[in-house]
Design a protein around this ligand. Structure first.
Ligand code: NAD
Length: 502
């Protein structure tokens, strides 16, 4: 079976008719083979405007549905996702090139956030606050915010939408989704899965969740519209630099989930065997195409020779290939541009004195597919390409001898997403997690930088954008807070003892 016909079968089982997959002007390409697997019709800017108007109308009704009832829709979505897990996971592999376990894992993450959001739908708590005025009560109330525009990246084509949609829906907001132009099929499939949940739910407003496949111009329509209360944008820092100021200029709210340049520090007391496995998965998993991929590794002089030669051997021997045809651990890069960016970074690393191991193109599949052996680069210092995110499997390895200096070097890059320390020394661990330690939104001990779970808030600082999604109290970004003061006395005492007798 060709990938195109497999795609048609998967899409049809997921609920998208075959005639939606051909005849359109938007080519969908699988990175596994470079094969064209569908030609769909993109939405236009006028469609985006209509979608925003429809979402605004839906908001009027959805905000009045009690939150636990809104949670019921998300519970049903979780059930439909469980039923669709195999097909949707496989489609993620076909469209984004992930291994079957990573494709299925992404759908599992969608299910997990649905479970989380269902519980949350009964826990959208506000505080009761002590007031200085007698006969008064002060409290805060959380209300739905308005339509939420969700812009997503290719590398987590479905999970990031679910992180946003599950929370936005229980918080009382309609959702308009602009998926990556590289992965629109999985988005259409999610739309169909959600359609089944909506049908079972019954009386949800029209246009509660809409999908707009197409390019950045559609994202821009969401960004510029004053009727989109919150723009949750996941992608490169380059995109965030455009989107963030535009949303801010209209006093809209944004959640920015942007690029990472994640590092690990390996201390002398680290468990070398475990560290090697954690670094290998963190740096090579998903072919280096996770926002949390480990890209820099600082290794103490005393442990360098015990760790790095083994790591270089792991890079030389890791299986690279089509993950749907083999049990390869490293799949393809998303496209030729990603491969060229990887080669440019390696060239720059060589020019800066780096020793490159691996990084060459693997002869797998047709010319239109881009498979590369992951690269480990021993660098004399943190310079040149080490300071930037290249969205490919490159790990820059550097030596260190002084703990304070390595903390400083760790934080001396623009991005601030994820970080790890490998140590069994309590003092080093606590310092890394302290106010003068890692400046990232995620700081781990003895696990890699990638592979976050739903319960925690996900996101990062600095050029990663500052947004938080998914767990903890990330839901607060999807609601507006009102502080209410109620006077149940017959007096009118003023705060701070102010007198205004009239
Ligand atoms: P990208 O920035 O090229 O595109 C992301 C999305 O933004 C796409 O849907 C695209 O159409 C849209 N977009 C681009 N320019 C826009 C504009 N001017 N206005 C509105 N929308 C616009 O990113 P990508 O190549 O798809 O994904 C890889 C990047 O995403 C990496 O930098 C990675 O670190 C980052 N990422 C971050 C997270 C996170 O949670 N921090 C998660 C996944 C990916």
């Amino acid at each position: 079976m060709t990938l195109r016909s497999e795609t048609e079968c998967l899409m049809s089982r997921l609920g998208v008719a075959a005639d939606a997959l051909s005849g359109g002007s938007m080519a969908c390409v699988s990175p596994l083979t470079g094969e064209r697997i569908a030609d769909i019709s993109p939405a236009g800017v006028a469609d985006a405007a209509a979608a925003i108007a429809a979402a605004k109308a839906a908001f009027g009704d959805w905000r009045m549905v009690p939150a636990p009832r809104r949670g019921e829709l998300v519970r049903l979505l979780g059930e439909e996702l469980r039923a669709a897990k195999d097909d949707l996971g496989r489609l993620v592999s076909v469209e984004a090139g992930k291994s079957p376990s990573e494709g299925a894992g992404e759908v599992q993450e969608m299910i997990d956030i649905c479970d989380f959001a269902v519980g949350l739908s009964r826990q959208l708590y506000g505080l009761t606050i002590a007031t200085e005025r007698p006969g008064h009560r002060m409290m805060e109330t959380w209300h739905p915010l308005g339509p939420v525009g969700v812009i997503t990246a290719f590398n987590f084509p479905v999970a990031v939408w679910a992180w946003n949609a599950a929370l936005a829906l229980v918080c009382g907001n309609p959702v308009i989704w602009k998926p990556s132009e590289k992965t629109p099929l999985t988005a259409l499939a999610c739309g169909a899965v959600l359609g089944r949940a909506l049908a079972r739910f019954g009386a949800a407003p029209e246009a509660l969740v809409q999908v707009l496949p197409g390019g950045p111009e559609l994202g821009n329509a969401l960004v510029e519209s004053p009727d989109v209360a919150l723009v949750s944008a996941t992608g490169s820092t380059r995109m965030g630099r455009i989107v963030g100021p535009k949303v801010a200029a209209r006093f809209g709210r944004s959640i920015l989930e942007l690029g990472g340049n994640n590092a690990g520090i390996v201390c002398p007391s680290a468990d070398t065997a475990m560290t090697l496995r954690a670094v290998a998965f963190g740096a090579m998993g998903t072919a280096g195409q996770r926002c949390t991929t480990m890209r820099r590794l600082f290794v103490h002089d005393d442990i360098y020779d015990a760790l790095v030669p083994g790591l270089i051997r792991a890079y030389a021997s890791v299986s690279v290939g089509n993950p749907l045809e083999t049990d390869a651990l490293v799949g393809p890069l998303i496209d030729g541009a990603a491969y060229r960016a990887m080669q440019e970074a390696l060239e720059a690393a060589r020019a800066a004195g780096g020793t490159v191991h691996g990084g060459t193109r693997e002869d797998i599949g047709p010319d239109s597919a881009y498979y590369a052996r992951p690269a480990l680069v021993e660098m004399p210092a943190q310079t040149g390409p080490v300071l930037e995110e290249t969205f490919a499997p490159i790990l820059y390895v550097m030596r260190y001898s002084d703990f304070d200096a390595v903390l400083e070097a760790h934080n001396a890059v623009g991005a601030g997403l994820s970080s790890s320390i490998f140590t069994t020394d309590l003092r080093e661990m606590e310092l890394f997690l302290s106010a003068r330690g890692s400046d990232c939104g995620i700081a781990n001990v003895n696990i890699g930088t990638s592979g976050a779970e739903i319960g925690g808030a996900f996101g990062g600082e600095k050029e990663t954008g500052g947004g938080r999604e998914s767990g903890s109290d990330a839901w607060k970004s999807y609601m507006r807070r009102a502080t209410n003061t109620i006077n149940y006395s017959r007096e009118l005492p003023l705060a701070q003892g102010v007198v205004f007798d009239i």
